[in-house]
Design a protein around this ligand. Structure first.
Ligand code: SAM
Length: 193
């Protein structure tokens, strides 16, 4: 069984397979075509719950269709609102939160996440995160505003107290054409000095 680290998407999926468990409550903060939402819905099973946010109606409709095909819609709540309003919809602790920033591939490239709302959302997500919970953020830097958004995300994550959070960054440093960068945050229960 040969496994190659081909791209950040693969790493992010592998982390979902490894860490998202039956019965958990999880959030997809950028539903888009719903690839992650579907995966999360399978992982949490019948006893789990998935919240999904997107500002595009078409994205949520397409995702609902995919979920329904697999009988997964019963555990998913799709919300047509910005992830910066996450706290208006969720008042329970969350085990796993995923962001895939930027615009929808093959969609309207002008409708994309931005530095300000992403930061607001991320701070709220950190508050909602359970002990041992994980946040994954994929940043794209090839489009306008992408670098600023990535820098803002990195700045926030760099400042997190290492006694409370484990923070990692995956970056393919020998690739051309601005490969996406993946950040991972784990809220640690073990208090290190
Ligand atoms: N993970 C998705 C998939 O599997 O198809 C792709 C996500 S795509 C890169 C980014 C998505 O974020 C777009 O569908 C866009 O509409 C959405 N988006 C942009 N601003 C947003 C916001 N403030 N809150 C929630 N979603 C937003």
């Amino acid at each position: 069984n040969y496994n190659e680290i081909v791209n950040t998407l693969k790493i992010s999926r592998d982390i979902i397979y490894e860490y998202v468990k039956e019965g958990q409550t999880v959030v997809d903060c950028t539903v888009g075509n719903g690839n992650d939402t579907v995966l999360l819905a399978r992982q949490v099973g019948l006893t789990g719950k998935v919240y999904g946010f997107d500002i595009q109606k078409e994205a949520l409709e397409a995702t609902l269709k995919n979920l329904t095909c697999e009988n997964l819609d019963n555990r998913v709540r799709l919300i047509k609102d910005g992830h910066e309003n996450i706290d208006l919809y969720i008042d329970e602790k969350i085990d796993f939160i995923i962001y895939n920033l930027g615009y929808l591939p093959k969609g309207n490239k002008n409708i994309k996440t931005n530095k300000n709302t992403t930061l607001v959302s991320l701070k709220k997500s950190l508050d909602l995160l359970n002990d041992n919970g994980i946040i994954l953020i994929t940043c794209y830097i090839g489009h306008e505003g992408g670098i600023e958004e990535k820098d803002a995300v990195e700045e926030l994550l760099k400042g997190l107290d290492q006694k409370k959070y484990n923070v990692i960054k995956y970056d393919f440093i020998n690739q051309k054409n601005f490969p996406p960068i993946l950040y991972g945050v784990e809220k640690s229960k073990t208090r290190r000095e």
